[in-house]
Design a protein around this ligand. Structure first.
Ligand code: SF4
Length: 421
């Protein structure tokens, strides 16, 4: 850290905003204003600099002290018979505290990216899968397939850090590693200009058909369609012939973008192809995701309940309820109180509900319906330290405190509610 009067330069800062976990940012801090100077991307540029001013707690629409807001939150949650604890976009300590509170009040639990998580979980639970880590993929992948994901927009430094780094431990050199993108043209437009990236246009909701066809071809079976998933069969045949020749192939997808009926079947088609290819050579999957603490939540929820998400603690024991616990539906139809947490992103708003709602949100959050209690909390990695898992789930990264703040962390706010229950 360099201290220059009231302005400081912070180096090797971890970015908690998209799941890639870049840990090489240089950030200038001037009072509460943060500016990413090096390692910047369109997401971090906005996320670090947004809302430097601190918000005030509110109860029933009126400005309140923190103590009053915590007491009002406890009043909402104490008598609830079917509460919901959701959002959970925060750091490891905050998530663990929220799960502890959910257990105490018998709540249903869902992360704000629960739908994406369940698409992957459904496949892990039924067939299992073979996946890799960011470091393995970065160093070893000699053939990449990007399955539908708008990587360039959702993980802006993916190419620089993972698929096209400046150096790797093993051959071939990074800039000679072929990448095949299969997906919509809108996402293809966000790929870097690179003649080693082949683009195969395909509608998002037909990705599963394309990978089912690749599975058939890889198994030596005929195709009965001229254009499976809208892709000419000849093009898929040519790709299928290349797959077994890779020494370490990686297929990356983002379940958050497979948001259509049968999205989990698209994941299953991808992971099934990976299974088949491992009979000949080495292939692995790389499930992209992890924004808003999604991977941290999956890890902590699994440790504490045995399930990776959408768990009902109401019965007095954890019950996995992947459909019933969808937060939007549960909040609208079943919940009699809601605790919503989004500490990274003020734009992630609580679900619409008639039930009294407690919001622990990033400063400047503006829910459409005024919460019964609103408590602005610090942003993990900006206002307070903590830990967050990056998307591959093998690495908990340390988040630093970059500026002075009076805002409580999520964990502190929840501890304050618990004391008043
Ligand atoms: S790519 Fe993701 S982790 Fe890296 S700087 Fe951008 S938002 Fe942060």
């Amino acid at each position: 850290m360099t201290d220059n009067g009231s302005s400081r330069t912070l180096r090797d800062v971890v970015c908690p905003f998209c799941g890639l976990g870049c840990d090489d940012l240089t950030v200038a801090a001037q009072g509460r204003t943060l500016t990413v100077r090096e390692g910047v991307c369109p997401i971090s540029e906005v996320a670090f600099s947004a809302h430097p001013e601190e918000d005030r707690p509110r109860t029933d629409g009126q400005e309140a002290s923190l103590d009053q807001a915590l007491a009002r939150a406890a009043e909402v949650l104490r008598p609830a018979r079917r509460p919901l604890v959701a959002g959970l976009g925060t750091d490891g300590a905050g998530i663990r505290s929220a799960l502890r509170l959910a257990d105490r009040i018998g709540a249903g639990v869902d992360h704000l990216h629960g739908a994406a998580g369940m698409r992957n979980t459904a496949v892990v639970q039924t067939t299992g899968w073979i996946t890799t880590t960011l470091a393995e993929a970065r160093n070893r992948a000699d053939l990449w397939i990007l399955a539908g994901s708008d990587v360039g927009r959702r993980y802006p430094r993916f190419f620089e850090r993972i698929a096209r780094p400046s150096e790797t431990l093993f051959e071939p050199p990074p800039n000679q590693r072929p990448i095949v993108f299969i997906g919509p043209e809108t996402a293809a437009a966000n790929l870097p200009a690179d003649d080693r990236i082949e683009r195969i246009p395909c509608a998002e909701d037909r990705i599963g058909e394309v990978f089912a066809a690749l599975r058939a071809l890889e198994a030596g079976r005929p195709l009965f369609e001229a254009e499976p998933g809208g892709v000419p069969a000849e093009r898929l045949r040519a790709l299928a012939e290349r797959l077994p020749r890779a020494r370490y192939g990686v297929i990356a997808w983002d379940a958050g973008e497979l948001d259509f009926p049968g999205g989990d079947l698209a994941v299953e088609a991808i992971t099934g192809l990976i299974d088949q290819l491992n009979a000949h050579t080495r292939w692995a999957g790389l499930p992209l995701g992890g924004r808003d603490g999604a991977t941290t939540f999956g890890q902590a929820c699994t440790w504490q309940t045995g399930f990776p998400g959408r768990v009902d603690l109401g019965p007095g024991y954890p019950r996995h309820a992947p459909h019933q616990l969808e937060a939007g539906r549960f909040a609208a139809e079943e919940a009699d109180a809601v605790l919503w947490i989004s500490a990274f992103d003020a734009g992630r708003l609580p679900p619409d509900t008639e039930a009294p709602t407690v919001v622990l949100g990033r400063s400047a959050m503006a829910p459409e319906r005024e919460p019964t209690a609103y408590i602005p909390v610090g942003v993990p990695g900006l206002d307070h330290g903590g830990q967050a898992y990056r998307m591959d789930g093998v690495m908990a990264l340390p988040l630093a405190r970059l500026r002075e703040s009076d805002l409580p962390s999520t964990a502190d706010a929840i501890a304050g509610i618990e004391q008043r229950l």
